[in-house]
Write a protein that binds this ligand. Structure first.
Ligand code: GLN
Length: 234
């Protein structure tokens, strides 16, 4: 999201109090090259996680999960490549690092992207096809509520779309977990990987972040099981 983006008034309400401190004991990276990364840091910190801004390959060491923020995927991709993070990040994710891409982050994760710029560097790890800017321009940004399959609540989630991608299809490895009323897929999961077209970090609802932390914790506990040989893919 470019600087100067107007955040709708509904999201400027106070923080919705949550008693969850689901992040305690987890170290979560937030890719901090461009875009809405500060907002993710803020929510994760509120949830008790140790948060590390990721800009260099060494910042990936010892993470229990990583969030790839919204912003401009072409810019983030170029910086990932220029700062030497693209290849090690792709490897870490492919080895099973819990990863959540919001908007531009979801574009970076997708194996198949329509309307990319020529040569746009991408991580290309997740079994989803996305179309960039599929809901139109910045002025066509909108907010709605959706139900997320697998999140442990039926209370609809506020979802904000800003020059968002559509998830046009999910491959056999991934599952659609949220759709709009017209059937458009706006969130998907593949094991410990999540992709959302929308921006939970720009609302005052921390449930999506708490859910990602639950996934990261379960993965950590699973990988420390004796006999766990390391996951090639989630
Ligand atoms: N349209 C942007 C892109 O292609 C994504 C917008 C966003 O992250 N809010 O990267």
């Amino acid at each position: 999201m470019p600087s100067g983006t107007v955040i709708p008034p509904s999201t400027q309400l106070g923080w919705r109090e949550t008693s969850s401190l689901s992040g305690t004991g987890l170290t979560i990276g937030v890719l901090a090259m461009q875009g809405a990364f500060v907002e993710h840091v803020r929510v994760l910190t509120k949830l008790g996680a140790t948060v590390r801004e990721v800009r260099l390959p060494r910042d990936l060491d010892g993470l229990d999960g990583i969030i790839l923020p919204g912003g401009e995927s072409t810019t983030i991709g170029k910086l990932l490549e220029a700062w030497g993070v693209l290849v090690p990040l792709r490897s870490a994710i492919a080895r099973g690092l819990p990863t959540w891409g919001t908007c531009a982050g979801a574009i970076l994760m997708a194996r198949d992207v329509t309307d990319t710029l020529p040569g746009q560097p991408l991580l290309s790890v997740m079994d989803i096809s996305v179309r960039r800017n599929a809901f139109g321009r910045q002025v066509q940004s909108f907010e709605t509520v959706i139900v997320i399959d697998g999140m442990d609540t039926d209370v609809p989630f506020p979802a904000m779309f800003i020059r968002a991608p559509k998830i046009e299809s999910v491959g056999p490895g991934a599952t659609a977990i949220a759709t709009l009323d017209d059937g458009t897929i706006v969130a998907a999961r593949q094991g410990t990987w999540l992709a959302t077209s929308f921006h939970p970090e720009l609302t005052s609802d921390a449930r999506f972040h708490a859910w990602f932390l639950d996934i990261a914790r379960a993965n950590l506990e699973h990988s420390s099981d004796p006999g766990f040989a390391g996951a090639a893919m989630p």
